[in-house]
Every structure is written in structure tokens, then in C-alpha cells.
Ligand binder design. Structure first.
Ligand code: SF4
Ligand code: SF4
Length: 90
């Protein structure tokens, strides 16, 4: 990937139903399904940690409210920390 990530996402492992829509829809292909099962007995999605642009497509295609939070990072781009004032959630 060229340049720093412009976005970051958090996925709630326990809200995710493992449908895989976010994985299929992510343009830079930076999401995947975990090999482990969650409490629903499905493989939840996770961010690989690299390449998110903050486009929000995964957020809009996810059928589970609250499963995905997308952050658009403002310069200087850096990994988010919960409550970071430089990160704006969709
Ligand atoms: S915000 Fe866009 S680039 Fe980032 S994980 Fe979601 S679909 Fe992929
Ligand atoms: S679209 Fe939502 S419910 Fe489906 S795998 Fe992704 S985070 Fe989980």
C-alpha cells in the first residue's frame, strides 16, 4: 500500500454475524474473517490493520447496527486510539 492509512475501523466481534459482506465489499481488501468462532458460532470479521481508506463502504453494507465503526483520520495520519480527537467516526 502506498502512503499511510487514511482510515481505521473497529469491529465488534460479538455484534458481527460473520456474513462476510464487509470483507467482499472492501475496495483495498483489508478485511478478513477470523478463524475463531464468536459467541454466535460464526467467524467474525476483522481489520487486517493495513490499508483502510476510511471510505465507509463496510459500514454501509453491514446489516448489524453497531458492528462496525469507521474512523476517517485527519493529518498527520496515525493509528487510532479510542477517544482520539484526530479521528472522526462516521
Ligand atoms: S472503511 Fe473502506 S477501506 Fe476501510 S475497511 Fe471499510 S470498506 Fe475497507
Ligand atoms: S458485514 Fe457486519 S455482520 Fe457481516 S461480517 Fe462484516 S462486520 Fe460482520
Amino acid at each position: 500500500m502506498a502512503g499511510p492509512a487514511r482510515g481505521n475501523i473497529l469491529i465488534s466481534t460479538e455484534e458481527c454475524k460473520g456474513c462476510g459482506l464487509c470483507v467482499e465489499s472492501c475496495p483495498p481488501e483489508c478485511l478478513e474473517l477470523l478463524p475463531e468462532l464468536n459467541a454466535y458460532g460464526v467467524h467474525p470479521a476483522r481489520y487486517t490493520g493495513d490499508g483502510c481508506t476510511g471510505c465507509g463502504i463496510c459500514f454501509y453494507c453491514c446489516p448489524e447496527p453497531g458492528a462496525i465503526t469507521v474512523y476517517r483520520l485527519s493529518p498527520p495520519f496515525k493509528p487510532i486510539v479510542e477517544g482520539d480527537s484526530h479521528a472522526a467516526a462516521l
